[in-house]
Design a binder for this molecule. Structure first.
Ligand SMILES: [Zn+2]
Length: 265
């Protein structure tokens, strides 16, 4: 189902299914200036098709290729909606990799993106690369309205889970600082919705993550193993870590810090 919420000139499209809700997940697409930002996950395709009949966007932006953001890109192309998709995201979508079982359960399996599409110029909206979350991740900045659509950049201050390998904790800190430096007055997060006090929220997460990385680095240098660090520093593994069999887990924060240290040497 899709539940629209209005924030002045911005419409939030809250997307969920009973399956995603059963494990506490939802995702949002946004419409601003007649432009759709992201298109939700495969299991909300029908609801999105109905919403598009009413919304009639002039174009759409895809922030990154994860299936909860780009899961209906084929539908948009078949509707003739011009698309702004970054080249690395497009490669991912064209490849149409099979997602793991827990993600398939939550969001559905996207079909490989095979449709042709017209390119879209999103100006005055600007796309800013923010590759800490994943290499192809971008956020959308509306300078005139001082509004940032942050996709998966923020997600909350104390987020201890991370994706395996593709998430770069140091890069994430840099992306958060860069976003805060834009001075957004409004922040729309793809999972948490409208965020109050955007600059403070972005800075608070950057600070917390930086401090957490420093503590983890210290423990790694002292020879602690991952499991002990997860338990002592991050308060143990969380439910998502078990369900995803480690693909989306607190242990990845430790592992990615350890790998980053090794690479820096
Ligand atoms: Zn994502």
């Amino acid at each position: 189902m899709i539940r629209p919420e209005r924030y002045g000139d911005v419409t939030r499209l809250r997307m969920s299914t009973w399956r995603s809700r059963s494990i506490g997940y939802e995702v949002s697409a946004y419409v601003t200036r007649g432009v759709l930002i992201d298109c939700g996950f495969p299991d909300v395709r029908r609801a999105l098709a109905r919403a598009l009949d009413a919304l009639r966007p002039t174009g759409a932006i895809i922030t990154h290729a994860h299936e909860d953001h780009a899961g209906n890109v084929g539908l948009l192309a078949r509707r003739g909606i011009p698309l702004d998709i970054g080249a690395p995201s497009l490669d991912e979508l064209r490849a149409g990799r099979r997602v793991r079982a827990y993600r398939r359960y939550t969001w559905g399996q996207p079909a490989p993106f095979a449709e042709p599409f017209a390119p879209f110029d999103p100006a005055p909206l600007r796309l800013i690369s923010a590759p800490g979350h994943c290499p192809d991740h971008r956020v959308v900045w509306d300078a005139e309205r001082e509004t940032l659509f942050s996709a998966d950049l923020w997600l909350g201050v104390h987020v201890k889970v991370m994706h395996a390998a593709e998430e770069d904790p140091w890069r994430l800190v840099a992306d958060l600082r860069a976003a805060a430096a834009l001075g957004p007055q409004r922040l729309f997060d793809a999972h948490r919705g409208s965020v109050r006090h955007p600059v403070q929220a972005l800075a608070a997460k950057a600070d917390w993550l930086e401090q957490t990385i420093a503590v983890v680095e210290r423990r790694v240098a002292q020879g602690w193993d991952d499991r002990t660090i997860v338990r002592a520093v991050l308060g143990g593994e969380e439910w998502a870590g078990f369900v995803s069999r480690g693909e989306y887990a607190r242990a990845n924060l430790v592992r990615n810090v350890r790998a980053g240290r090794r690479a820096a040497r």
